[in-house]
Design a protein around this ligand. Structure first.
Ligand code: GLY
Length: 428
């Protein structure tokens, strides 16, 4: 089989690594890929921006006889890569543009949740700044309020505000386009704040059936104890013990069934991954957000636990036969720690040599590259999130000990990582 993966991050390295385990894969390509991916697959010579020029990718897939393409990030999905490939008779894993709206428009996704009775925070949406500010004037002064940009904002579109004035400031920042891409900030959601731990459920679906992966938890803040600004994610672990407590997996499955039924009712030909981000309050799950692709860094923790051939899962999705496939998971705990460039998610320096990777050689530890490049036989940093290191073990504590002992053997200048990934799992 010849497979093309779209993307350039740690998530795509984990996807490639999983495909590589399959005896059915004889050629693996990644567009554009990264330094680490270049060691296990052929990077397609295309820039990150050109990934959104689908004609080049289609030409590549046709010229190289690609059997199917797997899309990692949300932007090509939101721009309709799946529709474009299918119009060119190419097979591709991912939702079409109308399905990707579940992630690319928060107004659409909240409307979907309301329509299909999916538990979520109470909200209002606005496309006029004065209406939004008037609405906030009626809120209590010290009320915690969440303001969200409608569109994709690379993790920067959500403001958790400690009072009315801060929320008004967030509305102005978003709607006056001071921070975000104008398209992302044209409409906003103002919603009730729900306090509680978050859970990520990644789901394979062919739009008819679905299969839920082990629940995971991301760590969004840059520093230990969940301090500092939000990032793309500084680490993750799976399965999350919280999901097993209080019947949460069962309660969540009821929600997921409603979501899949809603997708069917909307006549969306959804094939690929659905990511349901939840917040748990008083043992009840509420949907925070949908993503239409695998999470990063959750994927680096979850996919290594997959025991079934990923190509079999993809073929079942493409043939709409997912309901007939039994998907197995390793009975292990997995912890993944992100090594970032100091300064991320703001300004940071790059170009530093990465050393010590050769010291990592136990079979239950994997290094996934994100912001790296490979030059003259060496790896160098070239991004904010540089590497993820994932270790698996029979219990969370051993997985934590193993991953941090491996993290300590890697070095690059200005390396920053959290030392408390999976802390919640130890306390539950
Ligand atoms: N880890 C959150 C995300 O992938 O959006």
């Amino acid at each position: 089989m010849k497979i093309l993966v779209i993307g350039a991050g740690g998530r795509e390295h984990a996807i490639c690594q999983q495909f590589l385990k399959s005896p059915k894969v004889n050629e693996l390509y990644c567009a554009p890929g990264n330094g680490g991916i270049s060691q296990i697959a052929t990077n397609v010579n295309i820039s990150v921006n050109e990934v959104n020029d689908f004609s080049k990718l289609v030409d590549f897939a046709k010229e190289n006889g690609i059997d199917f393409t797997f899309v990692g990030p949300e932007i090509p999905l939101s721009l309709g890569i799946v529709d474009y490939f299918e119009a060119n008779d190419l097979k591709i894993i991912g939702p079409p543009k109308d399905g990707a709206r579940l992630e690319s428009s928060k107004v659409y996704s909240k409307g979907f949740m309301r329509k299909y009775d999916i538990p979520t925070a109470e909200y209002s949406h606005f496309s006029d700044i004065n209406d939004a500010l008037r609405f906030l004037d009626k809120c209590k002064k010290d009320q915690k309020i969440v303001v969200k940009a409608d569109g994709l904002a690379a993790g920067k579109g959500v403001y958790v505000c400690s009072g009315r004035e801060k929320a008004k400031n967030a509305v102005s920042q978003i709607m006056n386009y001071k921070i975000l891409d104008p398209a992302a900030g044209k409409s906003i959601i103002i919603e009730e704040y729900i306090d509680g731990p978050e859970l990520s459920y990644l789901i394979f679906t062919d739009g008819i059936s679905y299969s839920i992966m082990p629940a995971s938890q991301d760590h969004k803040r840059i520093n230990d104890n969940d301090q500092g600004p939000n990032t793309g994610g500084m680490g993750a672990y799976a399965p999350a013990p919280l999901a097993i407590a209080d019947d949460l997996n069962k309660k969540t499955e009821t929600i997921i069934r409603k979501i899949i039924n809603g997708i069917k009712a909307e006549k969306i030909n959804y094939k690929g991954i659905l990511y349901v981000g939840l917040i748990v309050k008083d043992s009840c799950p509420y949907v925070l957000e949908f993503n239409c692709r695998l999470g990063d860094p959750e994927t680096q923790a979850v996919l290594p636990l997959l025991d079934t051939d990923l190509t079999d899962v993809c073929v079942a999705i493409l043939n709409k036969e997912l309901g007939t496939l039994k998907i197995d998971w390793r009975k292990k705990f997995s912890v993944s720690v992100v090594l970032a460039s100091s300064g991320y998610p703001e300004e940071f320096e790059t170009g530093f040599e990465i050393s010590g990777l050769e010291n990592i050689n136990d079979e239950d530890t994997i290094v996934f590259h994100a912001g790296t490049k490979f030059e003259s036989g060496k790896f160098f940093t070239c991004g904010g999130r540089v590497l993820s290191i994932t270790s698996m073990a029979d219990n969370v504590k051993s997985a934590i000990d193993k991953v941090y002992s491996n993290v300590r053997s890697v070095y690059f200048k200005n390396m920053h990582y959290r030392r408390d990934i999976a802390w919640r799992a130890l306390n539950e």
